[in-house]
Design a protein around this ligand. Structure first.
Ligand SMILES: Nc1ncnc2c1ncn2[C@@H]1O[C@H](COP(=O)(O)OP(=O)(O)O)[C@@H](O)[C@H]1O
Ligand SMILES: [Mg+2]
Length: 250
């Protein structure tokens, strides 16, 4: 069945022993749609991402990606279909330059990845890598070692890695965590200028960032969705303010 949605979750539950980290989550995201998932610590947001990517299989429920049932697929099969994610914790090659990190990511998803006859850079891939470095505002540091970058620049680089290949949908897990106000503004500019056909879900604690880069919001608490709406509706909602903005109840 092709539902026309980029992503569709039906009744997703993930148990850790007796704990339902997420419980009966049903959610649809249209192609190109940008959505925030908000909720206090332990609400189940990262677990939701792990189920979508296949890093942890869901205990029950169905996941469709562009109409295809991917529920039983391993992570790499979902990546091949254009699903990407960034992690809360960095996964970069610190000893390589910015451009080499992005080039390797582009090469990793290219058809030539096993080609021993062409060990050197091919022009199209180098160009793709340079375009991505520019899209995340890192051209000025393209030849610096990643280990020497500021923390915020490393997070920007992670976005470039998620953009390599031909992503159709990206999951961002707290991309603004640890960023300075200036870096947050940069992040907002980067996210809002991603190509329009690429949809995403962003988990973000900073409402000023989250509500400016999405058109829809899903609120989670104790593993369940308790509210969905547009950013303006969520911002003004008393229940949301009580549970989330007011510090939450974990
Ligand atoms: N690998 C795991 N093993 C056991 N429990 C886990 C694991 N990952 C997450 N949890 C639990 O699942 C719940 C949701 O966690 P998580 O998805 O990380 O929440 P959030 O990202 O919203 O802060 C928490 O109670 C957490 O302790
Ligand atoms: Mg989390």
């Amino acid at each position: 069945m092709n539902t026309g949605n980029a992503l569709e979750l039906r009744g997703i539950t993930k148990m850790f022993g007796a704990l339902a980290a997420i419980a009966d989550v049903t959610l649809s995201v249209r192609p190109g749609e940008r959505r925030a998932v908000l909720g206090s610590n332990g609400a189940g947001k990262t677990t939701l991402f792990n189920c979508i990517t296949g890093d942890f299989p869901a205990t029950s429920g169905i996941i469709r990606f562009f109409g295809e049932d991917v529920t039983a697929f391993p992570p790499y099969e979902r990546i091949r279909r254009g699903l990407r994610r960034t992690y809360q914790i960095s996964s970069l090659f610190a000893g390589l330059t910015v451009i080499d990190n992005v080039y390797l990511a582009c090469r990793g998803v290219s058809r030539n990845r096993y080609s021993l006859l062409r060990p050197r850079a091919d022009d199209a891939l180098v160009h793709a890598a340079e375009t991505l470095v520019e899209a995340v505002h890192l051209t000025a540091v393209r030849d610096r070692l990643v280990g020497e970058l500021a923390y915020g620049q490393q997070r920007q680089l992670e976005i470039a890695l998620a953009m390599s290949g031909a992503p159709r949908f990206i999951l961002f897990d707290e991309p603004a965590a640890g960023l300075s106000p200036t870096e947050r503004r940069d992040l907002v500019a980067i996210l809002t200028s991603l190509p329009a056909h690429i949809g995403y879900i962003i988990i973000e604690h900073d409402m000023d960032v989250a509500l400016r880069v999405v058109e829809s919001v899903t609120m989670m608490h104790n593993g369940r969705i308790f509210k969905e709406g547009r950013p303006s509706e969520i911002e003004d909602d008393p229940e949301v303010q009580e549970l989330y903005l007011g510090g939450g109840h974990g």
